[in-house]
Design a binder for this molecule. Structure first.
Ligand SMILES: [Zn+2]
Length: 507
C-alpha cells in the first residue's frame, strides 16, 4: 500500500523534473555550432540533448548492422552458418533466460512453470541434455512418473547424460520393487561411475539381497580401489561377504571351496566371530586341530563369545571334563577378567563337579552383572554344593526375569537377532550387528525359561517350562545339577556353552 503510493509520487516527481529540465534547457542561451565545409548548423541546448540521444541510438544500430554485414560477408565466403549464428545469438540469450527461469522454478517447487520454461529453453537452445534434466526433475516432483521415465530414456541417448538417465530409471525400478531390472541398471550405472557412492551402495545392497556374494565382493573391491570406501571398512565387509559366500558354497555341497572361503573370511577379519567359527570347523575338517584352536583363541582375544567356546569344545568332542578344563585354559587365559571367560570357566568347573572352584571363578558376577546365565550358574553351583531347594529356586526365579546379557544387536535399528546375519532383519542394513547388551526396554525377555533346561536338567519339571517368579512359591520338584551335558558333544556344540543360540528373542 505504502509502496504503490510511493511509486505514484515518484512518477509525478519524475515527470515534473523532466518538464522543468526541458523548459530550462529551451530557455538556456547558447548551444552547439557545427560547421562542415560551407554548411553551418547551430543547435539550441534542448536540440543538443535530443541530438546526443539520437547519436547514441545511431551508433548502437550501426554496430548491429556491422555485425550483420560481417556475418553476410562470412556467409558469402563459405561460412554457411554465419547468418544463422548472428540471429542465434539472440535466441541463445532468450534460451538461457528461460533455462535460468526453469531452474529457479524447480528450486522453488513450481514444477509446472519449470516444465514450460524447460520447453521454451529447448525451443531456443536445442540443448536437450540441459533442458531434459529440468523436465525430468519437474516431472518427478509433480509425480508424473511416466513423463519422467520418457525423459530419462531420452537422456540415455547422450553420453554426457546417460548416467543421469540410468540413475533415474533405476530409482523408479527400485520403487516398483523390480529388483532384477534395477540390478542390471545399477551394474551399468556403476560401470559408468565407479566412484559414485550411492550407486555402489545400491548395487551392493541389491547383490546382497539376491545372495550374489561373488558379485557383491567384486563391487566392494571396485569401491575400495576407487577410493569410495576406506580400506579397513572394505576389508571387514569383504570378510562378511566371503563368509556368506562360504555358507552358500557349503550349502551347494562344495565343501573344499567353502573351507577356503571361510578361512579367507577369517583372515580378512579375525574378529568376525561367525567367520572364526566356520574357519575353525574348516580347519578341523582338514584335520588341522591346532589351526582350528588358534583361529578361535585369536578371535577370543578380540571378543569372547559363547559361539567361539562351543566351536572350541567341538575340537575334542569326547574328552573328559577335566581334560576339557585343562584345554580351555589356552582360550580363557587371553581375557581372564572378561565375564564371558569367567562364565565359561564356571561352567567347565561345574561340569567337572568342582563347585567351589566354579564359585571362585564366577566371583561376584551374579551381583555385578545379573543375567540369566550368571544367575542360572549360581543356582547350579548352590545345587552342587548341596544348598536348600529354596536357595536354588531363589536363584532360578531371579534368572527367569533377569536380562539376557549381550546379544546380536543392530547398531542402526536395535533389532535383536538370535543368530548373526550379514544383513539386519530389521532395517536391511549391511554389517551392522554387534555383540552387545541391548538398550533399556529390550533387556527383559519373557523367554528366559528356555535356557534353563540346558543347564539345570531336561524340561520335565514345571520349574523349567512355567517358572514361578516368586522365590517363596512351593516347589517340590528337585533341580538336577548339570553334568552329562558337557560330556556329550551334541549338547556341547552351541547349547551348553551358547544357550543364546537356542532361545529366539521375542519382538
Ligand atoms: Zn537394523
Amino acid at each position: 500500500m505504502l509502496w504503490s503510493l510511493f511509486k505514484i509520487v515518484l512518477f509525478v516527481v519524475l515527470i515534473a523534473a523532466l518538464t522543468l529540465g526541458a523548459g530550462y534547457l529551451m530557455e538556456t542561451e547558447g548551444g552547439v555550432r557545427i560547421a562542415i565545409g560551407g554548411t553551418e548548423l547551430t543547435l539550441g541546448t534542448f536540440q543538443t540533448v535530443i541530438a546526443l540521444i539520437v547519436l547514441v541510438l545511431a551508433v548502437w544500430l550501426l554496430i548491429k548492422l556491422v555485425n550483420l554485414l560481417v556475418a553476410v560477408v562470412r556467409f558469402l565466403n563459405g561460412d554457411e552458418t554465419a547468418i544463422s549464428r548472428y540471429f542465434d545469438r539472440n535466441r541463445e540469450r532468450k534460451g538461457y533466460e528461460a533455462l535460468a527461469d526453469g531452474m529457479m522454478a524447480l528450486a522453488s517447487g513450481e514444477e509446472k512453470v519449470a516444465m514450460s520454461k524447460a520447453a521454451r529453453a529447448e525451443k531456443f537452445l536445442h540443448r536437450p541434455e540441459l533442458t531434459n534434466l529440468i523436465t525430468a526433475q519437474a516431472a518427478e516432483m509433480s509425480g508424473d512418473r511416466k513423463k519422467a521415465e520418457q525423459v530419462y530414456k531420452r537422456l540415455l541417448a547422450d553420453e554426457r547424460t546417460r548416467f543421469v538417465g540410468i540413475r533415474g530409471i533405476l530409482k523408479q525400478k527400485l520403487e516398483d520393487g523390480d529388483t532384477e531390472t534395477a540390478m542390471k541398471l545399477a551394474e551399468k550405472a556403476f560401470a559408468l561411475k565407479p566412484r559414485h557412492a550411492e550407486t555402489g551402495d545400491i548395487l551392493l545392497a541389491l547383490q546382497a539381497t539376491q545372495n550374489d556374494w561373488t558379485g557383491a565382493r567384486k563391487t566392494l573391491g571396485t569401491k575400495v580401489r576407487t577410493g569410495a570406501l576406506p580400506k579397513d571398512v572394505g576389508k571387514r565387509r569383504d570378510a562378511v561377504l566371503a563368509l556368506q559366500e562360504a555358507k552358500e558354497v557349503f550349502a551347494e555341497g562344495n565343501s573344499i571351496r567353502a573351507r577356503e572361503s571361510a578361512i579367507e573370511a577369517n583372515k580378512l577379519s579375525p574378529d568376525l566371530i561367525p567367520a572364526a567359527v566356520m574357519a575353525s570347523k574348516s580347519y578341523l575338517e582338514k584335520g588341522n586341530a591346532r589351526y582350528a584352536a588358534r583361529v578361535l583363541s585369536k578371535t577370543w582375544q578380540a571378543q569372547p563369545h559363547p559361539d567361539l567356546a562351543a566351536a572350541f569344545a567341538a575340537i575334542r568332542p569326547d574328552e573328559t571334563p577335566a581334560e576339557r578344563l585343562k584345554r580351555f585354559k589356552t582360550l580363557t587365559k587371553h581375557r581372564p577378567g572378561h565375564p564371558e571367560s569367567r562364565m565359561l570357566l564356571a561352567e567347565l568347573h561345574i561340569a567337572a563337579e568342582d563347585y567351589d572352584k566354579a564359585r571362585d571363578v564366577l566371583g561376584d558376577l551374579a551381583e555385578t552383572n545379573p543375567t540369566q546365565r550368571t544367575l542360572t550358574l549360581m543356582a547350579a553351583i548352590e545345587r552342587g554344593q548341596g544348598a536348600d531347594d529354596d536357595v536354588v529356586r531363589g536363584w532360578l526365579a531371579k534368572a527367569v526375569v533377569a536380562p539376557r546379557g549381550p546379544q546380536w544387536v543392530c547398531e542402526k535399528c536395535n533389532h535383536i537377532h538370535s543368530d548373526w546375519a550379514p544383513v539386519c532383519l530389521g532395517c536391511g542394513a549391511f554389517d551392522t550387528l554387534s555383540w552387545t547388551v541391548p538398550s533399556e526396554g529390550e533387556i527383559k525377555m519373557p523367554g528366559g525359561a528356555e535356557m534353563l533346561p540346558l543347564l539345570v536338567g531336561k524340561p520335565r519339571e514345571p520349574v523349567v517350562t512355567e517358572p514361578d517368579p516368586s522365590p517363596d512359591a512351593p516347589q517340590d520338584e528337585p533341580v538336577e545339577p548339570p553334568h552329562a551335558d558337557y560330556v556329550e558333544p551334541e549338547t556341547v556344540d552351541g547349547e551348553v556353552l551358547a544357550p543364546e543360540v537356542e532361545a529366539k528373542p521375542e519382538k
